[in-house]
Each structure stands twice: as C-alpha cells, then as structure tokens.
Write a protein that binds this ligand. Structure first.
Ligand SMILES: N[C@@H](CCC(=O)N[C@@H](CS)C(=O)NCC(=O)O)C(=O)O
Length: 222
C-alpha cells in the first residue's frame, strides 16, 4: 500500500492525516486504506504485528487495523470507515436512503460474520500464508472450506445480477468490503477458478480494480 499525498477536505474539523496500523498485506487494512483514498484523505501505514503487546494496547482483541485520527485512536473497521465517511467531505460512501443503507450494512455484516472468516481461515491462510511462513498447506482444511466459499460467492453473484454496485446506484462501503475480501480469494488457484465462473462478480471486480483506490492498495501478485 502506498502513501497518498492529497490533503482531505473536512467538514469544518481540524483533521490531519490518518495513520493506519495494519500488516502490509491485510484485508481489513486494505479496506480502510481504500476508503481513505476514495474520500481523498492523506494516510500513512505503520506495518503492524497484530499479536504484539504494543498493538494489543490499541485493540483488546489484537485485530488490525487501528487508526489514529486527529489524536484519537479508532478500532474496528465498521466504526473507522463510517467515521471517515461522516467526518470528511468527498463522495459519500454511505447511502442516504434508509433501505440502501440497510442493504449496505447487510453486506458488511456478511463479510464480518461469514465471508471473511470462511475465506481467510479456510483458504487464504492455509493456501497462501502458511507456505510463506514455511508451514505445509492443510489440504483437508482447504477442501472442506471450498463448498462454503462457493456458496457465499453464489450469494454475491446473485446480488450483482443487473446492477453495478451491491447496495446502491453508487459505490458504498459494502462494495469495498466485499472487493477486498474476494480479491484475497482471487490470489488462490481455487479462487481464480470460482471467480472465472461468476461473471457478475468478475465484471464488478474488474471495475473496482481499475479505481485508483484499488490500484494503490493492490497486494503483490503471487
Ligand atoms: N472486526 C475486525 C476484523 C479485523 C481482522 O480480522 N483483521 C485481521 C487482519 S485482516 C487480523 O487482525 N488478523 C489477526 C488475527 O486474527 O489474529 C475489524 O472490523 O477491524
């Protein structure tokens, strides 16, 4: 992820740049960085080990990201992203319409409660991260998770039928959450095959991948 130097317009608040504490390759760190770029917020990344004592003093459950903004420490991506959207000018990423907002929140909950845990612990960690750390791939764990991942991808495929974004006519936080989660899956061979058979998701991901916020936060290939 790279540093963006454009200063943000704020809603009358004296907000300086934000500092994101996250690993350099991290789904939720990427979500917050993409939101910052979409809002035109200047940010920098402090590469962070989520299990370190220093980080647990920021987040009691040892999760990244944490964000420092104008002397305040924020944790939990939903709280961080909604705060950035509220506090800063720039294109709104939360819809005005209550039903669209509910739809957006539904997809963000899908990511937090179901999609991220399943894809991260069932596929991304065992297939990509374990070998990087010199550990063997747990093939049975991967094989066991694939039907659930396929089912969850099917929900997104259906949700994107005849529409450009999941919750509204415009980009919302939900698109960014889902994009970062499924882009991690796309780094695995199994994920590439599943996505190849999901034309709506592929079209939507290609559009999002072309945005500056996605290009500047892209993970190294491999
Ligand atoms: N609910 C948290 C989830 C954050 C999360 O799971 N972050 C991952 C990195 S993408 C993490 O900290 N993993 C380390 C761990 O689970 O120990 C949020 O919204 O920020």
């Amino acid at each position: 992820m790279v540093h963006v130097s454009k200063p943000a317009e704020t809603k009358g608040l004296n907000l300086s740049e934000i500092t994101i504490y996250a690993a350099e390759v991290s789904t939720f760190g990427r979500i917050v960085a993409m939101v910052a770029i979409e809002k035109g917020i200047d940010w920098s990344l402090v590469p962070t080990d989520s299990s370190s004592a220093e980080h647990i003093s920021r987040h009691p459950f040892g999760k990244t990201p944490a964000v420092e903004v104008n002397g305040h420490l924020l944790i939990e991506s939903d709280a961080i992203c909604r705060y950035l959207d509220d506090a800063y000018d720039g294109p709104a990423l939360v819809p005005e319409d209550p039903l669209e907002r509910a739809e957006m929140t539904k997809w963000m909950s899908f990511v937090q409660a179901y999609m991220f845990p399943t894809t991260e612990f069932g596929l991304v960690m065992p297939r990509l991260v374990a070998p990087m750390m010199g550990r063997p791939v747990d093939e049975s764990r991967v094989q066991k998770s694939l039907p659930t991942i396929q089912y969850q991808l099917g929900l997104l495929e259906a949700g994107l039928a005849d529409r450009a974004f999941v919750a509204s006519e415009r980009l919302t936080l939900a698109d960014i959450y889902l994009f970062c989660t499924w882009m991690a899956v796309a780094h695995t061979e199994e994920g590439k095959v599943m996505l190849h058979h999901s034309p709506n998701v592929t079209r939507w991901m290609s559009f999002l991948a072309s945005r500056e916020s996605a290009r500047r936060t892209a993970w190294p290939e491999g």
